[in-house]
Design a protein around this ligand. Structure first.
Ligand code: C5P
Length: 402
């Protein structure tokens, strides 16, 4: 998609991922965007204003009190003239400043002086990313409407491995295009749960299930294609993170619930994850040993929280559309109707997961859409087609809810 005529203000904060921002400038300029850039003092330690200026085609802005920048009013004009502010890398420090409303340099001042949409591409060390302060700041910024892309997981520049790596340039470009695309869901925030959950028995064993995540991931991809800002909360799967989607990786149902609540507010929630109904009440701290001739241990289980039902009962924070799945091996429609009522959701996609149907791990899905007005059988479709159809229904449903 072309970004001609779009003015994107790129704020480059002080993280090693700033080197990727030079490529981001090139890609956005290739697409025709006008790209004024701001470097924080930290950002200018990682990449030079000269490189930024050469690639963006205009001087890089650094100074809050520059006499050459609109008589010191750069923070007003730069934010007012932009269609979108992109912060890449968004460091823990800059996000903390934004959350607190601080304005002690050009970047933080123009973020505070802006009434334009803001897209954050967080980037930091794993511990900084996981720190409750960072997560709380991000949650606050999201609740104020900030959009987010990434971070992903992988090798971090600090030598550690884990979450915190800035989204790839292509993902940031896709998120920007998604924002500007006139898709029916542009401006809509969505959360999708996907994949299985793993519930620990001891440090090496767990209770899991055969969910591949293919259907949930396809729904996240389809929502993003239609312009929605998507948070995908995924249990352990072996498929790739969808591009242009913020993927949060979890293992247990409890972590999935926390991540889902942290993703609020959203307009639509699709719970496609195969969440374990039960978890081990007291997982062993050490590996349970096999005793020769001894009796096998018994597992005491307790119920997991129901994420779908919790979202559907979230009061003022309830997404306008809450959609669940019913995976059944028998009496598909009766169970799905009962589930719709019991969980308080708006729609249920009922699918047959008997071994004969080959749904788990397969690429096709035979679905019935169950809503308050009745049951709509869908012909066998690929999981991508199911996702596209569901997203069309979401667009219609949200128009109705508006
Ligand atoms: O009760 P059951 O597991 O059959 O319900 C399936 C639906 O509820 C799916 O949409 C699934 O993602 C959701 N669910 C949930 N949290 C649970 C159990 C199921 O979100 N603990």
């Amino acid at each position: 998609m072309t970004l001609a005529g779009r003015r994107i203000l790129l704020i480059i904060a002080g993280g090693i991922a700033a080197y990727k921002s030079l490529d981001l400038i090139r890609r956005l300029r290739e697409k025709g965007a006008e790209l004024p850039c701001v470097l924080t003092a930290g950002g200018a330690r990682f990449i030079t204003p000269l490189s930024v200026a050469a690639l963006s085609g205009q001087p890089a802005h650094e100074d809050l009190f520059s006499l050459t920048d609109d008589f010191g009013m750069a923070h007003i004009s730069l934010s007012r003239q932009a269609d979108l502010l992109v912060v890449a890398p968004a460091t823990a420090d800059l996000m903390a400043k934004m959350a607190a409303g601080l304005a002690d340099d050009l970047a933080s001042t123009l973020l505070l002086a802006s009434d334009k949409p803001i897209l954050l591409a967080p980037s930091m060390n794993l511990m900084m990313w996981r720190h409750p302060a960072t997560q709380a700041n991000l949650q606050l910024l999201r609740s104020r409407g900030a959009l987010q892309v990434g971070p992903g997981a992988g090798d971090l520049a600090c030598g550690e491995v884990g979450d915190g790596r800035m989204a790839e340039v292509a993902e940031i470009v896709a998120a920007i295009e998604g924002h500007f695309s006139a898709g029916p869901l542009s401006g809509v925030r969505a959360l999708v749960t996907s994949g299985p959950t793993f519930e620990p028995i001891d440090p090496v064993r767990f209770i899991g299930n055969r969910s591949s995540g293919k259907q949930g991931h396809a729904i996240a991809r389809a929502l993003a294609r239609q312009g929605a800002a998507v948070t995908l909360i995924s249990g352990p799967v072996s498929i790739a993170d969808p591009p242009g989607v913020t993927t949060v990786k979890v293992e247990t149902a409890a972590q999935m619930l926390d991540a889902a609540l942290a993703a609020l507010p959203v307009e639509v929630a699709v719970c496609a994850a195969a969440v374990a109904d039960w978890r081990v009440a007291r997982p062993a701290a050490e590996k349970t040993k096999k005793v020769a001739g001894g009796t096998p241990p018994s597992l005491v289980l307790e119920a997991n929280p129901d994420i779908l039902a919790t979202l559907a009962a979230a009061g003022p924070r309830r997404p306008r559309l809450v959609i669940g799945f019913a995976a059944e091996t028998e009496q598909l429609l009766d169970h799905a109707r009962a589930k719709l009522a019991r969980k308080g959701c708006d729609l249920i996609l009922a699918n047959d997961v008997s071994a004969a149907a080959g749904t788990f791990g397969g690429d096709a899905n035979t679905v019935h859409l169950v809503g308050p007005d009745g049951v709509e059988p869908w012909l066998p479709l690929s999981k991508d087609e199911v996702a596209d159809r569901l997203v069309q229904r979401i667009a219609v449903g949200l128009r109705g809810a508006r």
